[in-house]
Design a protein around this ligand. Structure first.
Ligand code: GLN
Length: 473
């Protein structure tokens, strides 16, 4: 992103030439990263950016091509959530994050692939089929923002927006060797983000460096009167300088190095922690014993909220409508049977089950109580450290057809990203090495609420000292 902006300022290229070249590249690309390409409008936006640039507009985002995950509403451009049920849906309005980008002159190059309704970790459960990992096309790019991650890593855009409910920005960033930030819950408006689990969902920026991510975050964050859960963070000004790591206490929880963590990931993460020590950080052990309950708690809460949020797809108001029904209840059930895929149905069933009379106390209420304990555990840990470091995911990218019929194993892959989601904390994945097969590994950093400035500053300091983020597939 910064690189694109610099090339414009040096006169090496223009927004129109850049967008034309990218559209051509996307046409022949085989990552299946995009659901919709916004060719015509992107060229118009580019032409406007050409003029603004000549008139001296200094905005870093001016004319810069950004891809948007297809569960974020874009005016006049289909927003399908990679689901049959929304295959014919074109929003009449922009999500606040998209409006923020347009106002800055960014070019919306297209809408990216995801697991249907952002439920998944592989981008294989999509109505248009799987996206592919640019490092190895037989492997998953991760998910659910796998299309955005693949598009950034294969240079089909300068940056992208994803959404993260339990790890969907961080895990694909880690699998594709890019940088991805899940902001503090409430620091970015959710208006126009199609709801999956409202108490967890956040839009997050993805880019090739922490600096790029910082520029995008700055453009989308802030209070929005249309989302009452959004607030104006007090700390996060645009962070482009590395943080001086001297005296920064980096907490390393033992629970982040649990059974199932691949040896290569463990090695790379430990080396990254050593880099931070060399930069001046104090490495301190911290206790986060409740982390082990994260996956169980998350899948109860996320499914409960999803079952409620997805009740709106009834074939009446918008989206798919089954043509076979003869009465109302049949219309609902046929539309939903035809419109949702198996994973979405599984979650709706799980969610209605844990919310039903007689089970509510045993599951949903219990999960909410454990969630509170996890929040307290993090608060306790942050009295002893400024940042927490660990792996983003226990493994690197795996084969596209691996684990397809094993949802439980897939759910367990979210073990390290879920805790920050449940606690609403900002967390970021940055490239920190490669496994023995040459696939990227992600380091996860977690900060206290609204301290994205610390997170991004530490990420920039790390990237100024290393080159992992510069290696591209
Ligand atoms: N993999 C997690 C899930 O399947 C996270 C998804 C997300 O963050 N959107 O729910």
């Amino acid at each position: 992103m910064l690189e694109t902006a610099r090339r414009y300022r040096r006169g090496e290229t223009t927004p129109t030439r850049e967008i034309e070249a990218l559209l051509e590249k996307i046409r022949t690309d085989d990552h299946n990263a995009f659901i919709t390409v916004n060719a015509e409008e992107a060229l118009e936006q580019a032409a406007r950016a050409d003029r603004d640039l000549n008139e001296g507009n200094e905005d870093i985002l001016l004319g810069v091509p950004i891809a948007i995950k297809d569960n974020i509403c874009t005016r006049g451009l289909p927003t399908t959530c990679a689901s049959r049920i929304l295959s014919n849906f074109t929003p009449a309005y922009d999500a606040t994050v998209v409006r923020g980008l347009r106002n800055r002159g960014a070019v919306i190059i297209g809408k990216t692939n995801l697991d249907e309704f952002a439920m998944g970790s592989t981008t294989t459960s999509s109505s248009i089929g799987p996206s592919r990992n640019p490092w190895d096309r037989t492997k998953t790019p991760g998910g659910s923002s796998g299309g955005s991650a693949a598009a950034v890593a294969s240079r089909l855009c300068a940056g992208a927006l994803g959404s993260d409910t339990g790890g969907s920005v961080r895990q694909p960033a880690s699998f594709c060797g890019i940088t991805g930030l899940k902001p503090t819950y409430g620091s970015v408006s959710r208006y126009g983000l199609v709801a999956f689990a409202s108490s967890l969902d956040q839009v997050g920026p993805m880019g090739r460096s922490a600096r790029d991510v910082s520029v995008l975050f700055d453009a989308i964050r802030g209070h929005d009167p249309r989302d009452s859960t959004s607030v104006q963070g007090t700390h996060s000004l645009l962070t482009l300088d590395g943080l001086d790591m001297h005296g920064i206490r980096v907490g390393v929880p033992k629970a982040f190095f649990a059974q199932g963590l691949s040896e290569d990931v463990e090695g790379a993460v430990n080396s990254a922690i050593s880099v931070m020590r060399e930069l001046g950080a104090d490495i301190v052990p911290v206790d986060l014993t409740t982390l082990t309950y994260g996956v169980a708690v998350y899948y109860i809460i996320a499914c409960a909220e999803a079952s409620s949020n997805l009740a709106r797809y009834d074939g009446v108001r918008y989206g798919l409508r089954s043509s076979d029904a003869t009465e109302l209840v049949e219309l609902y059930s046929r539309t939903r049977a035809e419109g949702f895929n198996a994973e979405v149905k599984r979650r709706i069933m799980l969610g209605t089950y844990v919310l039903s009379a007689g089970y509510y106390e045993a599951y949903y209420l219990k999960a909410s109580q454990v969630r509170t304990l996890m929040v307290q555990d993090f608060q306790q840990a942050f009295t002893r450290c400024d940042l927490i470091a660990g792996p983003t995911a226990p493994v690197t990218a795996f084969g596209l057809d691996e684990m397809l019929d094993d949802p439980l194993s897939i759910y367990l892959l979210d073990i390290y990203t879920i805790p920050a989601s449940l606690a609403g904390l900002p967390a970021m994945s940055i490239p920190c090495g490669f496994d023995r097969g040459g696939l990227p590994i992600g380091l996860q950093l977690i900060a206290p609420s609204f301290r994205e400035d610390v997170l991004l500053g530490a990420g920039i300091a790390f990237q100024d000292a290393t080159t992992f983020h510069e290696v591209m597939p």
